[in-house]
Design a protein around this ligand. Structure first.
Ligand SMILES: [Zn+2]
Ligand SMILES: [Zn+2]
Length: 380
């Protein structure tokens, strides 16, 4: 009987945070840092049970943390801060956090976790993700997708003691210093709402600019398929909803010398191989490149377009190849990528949502357009 109960307890999924619940986000997750400055944003903050009024340094000492200066505390296993505070430090962007901050250390490096209400976190995420958009209905669509994405990915870092990191690995979250009134209003107006497919939270992928047609998920992530992540035309032919996006069209020149370097580092080419040509060898339903072929002195190497896009992104900057929606125009020692759109093309087109909103569509209509067969509802 006891064993059965224990099994039940082990098998029980973690509770999903509905509205009012909290989320644990690791902040500065891409930085390795041994110390951080903590500063109350308004009045005092409580640190380890006492109030501090000014800027203090928190440092890692092995696997312990120390609060330095007046009302010093530690070394202890963890330090807990409550109240609005600014974090900053050498090499760290200055950021505002609310809720609770728990600081621990491992091998002289800090691990900082922000426990924050889900809706507060979302307002921060939406401010970052929808920063260039302006229409309230586009913000609402973004709030619903970001909330759904969050709830679906709460176990991303389950083994590490928090739900999500603050980088694009999970969802970009740069704190609450630049939360816009629009983002806050959109998360409040859609409180608890998620994108549901057959009553369950959907995989709410989104991207910046589709370029006129979104892509089937399966051409971007082979072997993955969702019936609502299929290619849809983004507005009337010749005048896509997202054509209002800045940088809708782009051109990038890729020299074969650079391509050779990139392809060797990615393991697509061996050390003595030189790239001498690049062509598209397969297309997705939207017309995006699905596969590319690199020509060398002795063979043709096929590379999934997604890997190419990520490979170039990592090594040459995300702005170099903004999407896999491009034509290739050959040059003497280079190819010219003549492209449209930005991002992977799956799910909601953020600038298309803005375009639809400006034409009078409501956020539920926007979401139905990009995720056919889904509905918006509260999931508990
Ligand atoms: Zn992550
Ligand atoms: Zn679009």
């Amino acid at each position: 009987m006891r064993a059965f109960l224990l099994l039940l307890l082990l098998a029980a999924p973690p509770p999903a945070p509905a509205a009012g619940r909290g989320i644990a986000v690791r902040v500065y997750s891409l930085h390795k840092t041994a110390s951080v400055m903590v500063e109350p944003a308004n009045g005092g903050i409580v640190a380890g049970g006492r109030t501090i009024g000014g800027r203090r340094r928190v440092s890692a000492r092995g696997s312990a943390v120390v609060l330095e200066g007046a009302s010093a505390a530690g070394p202890s296993k963890s330090l807990r801060f409550t109240g609005a505070l600014w974090l900053s430090g050498k090499g760290l962007p200055r950021r505002l956090y609310r809720g609770e901050l728990v600081v621990t250390a491992q091998k002289n490096l800090l691990k900082i976790i922000n426990n924050v209400p889900l809706e507060t976190y979302l307002a921060g995420v939406v401010s970052g993700e929808a920063g260039d958009l302006s229409h309230p209905e586009a913000y609402k669509a973004q709030a619903v997708t970001a909330r759904t994405y969050t709830v679906k990915h709460l176990r991303n870092h389950a083994g590490e003691g928090y739900n999500m990191c603050d980088s694009t690995h999970c969802q970009l979250y740069t704190g609450l210093g630049e939360v816009s009134a629009r983002a806050r209003a959109a998360s409040e107006a859609t409180l608890g709402e998620m994108l549901l497919y057959k009553g369950e939270p959907a995989a709410a992928f989104y991207h910046s600019v589709c370029g006129g047609r979104t892509e089937d998920m399966t051409y971007v992530w082979p072997y993955e398929y969702k019936p609502y992540l299929v290619s849809v035309r983004d507005g009337p032919p010749g005048l896509p909803y997202c054509s209002i996006a800045p940088g809708f069209r782009w051109k990038t020149r890729i020299y074969f010398t650079g391509l050779t370097r990139l392809a060797r580092r990615a393991g697509w080419l061996v050390a003595d191989e030189e790239a001498s040509g690049l062509r598209i060898s397969a297309w997705g339903v939207s017309g995006r490149a699905a596969e590319l072929e690199i020509q060398t002195q002795r063979r043709k190497v096929r590379v999934p377009a997604t890997d190419f896009y990520h490979g170039v992104g990592r090594r040459a900057g995300w702005q170099a190849v903004r999407s896999s929606y491009f034509k290739l125009l050959p040059g003497r020692d280079y190819v010219l990528l003549d492209g449209i759109g930005s991002g992977h093309g799956v799910g909601m087109c953020q600038w298309g949502a803005e375009g639809m909103a400006r034409k009078g569509f409501k956020y539920r209509q926007v979401l139905r357009h990009y995720y056919p067969g889904t509905e918006v509802g509260v999931h508990d």
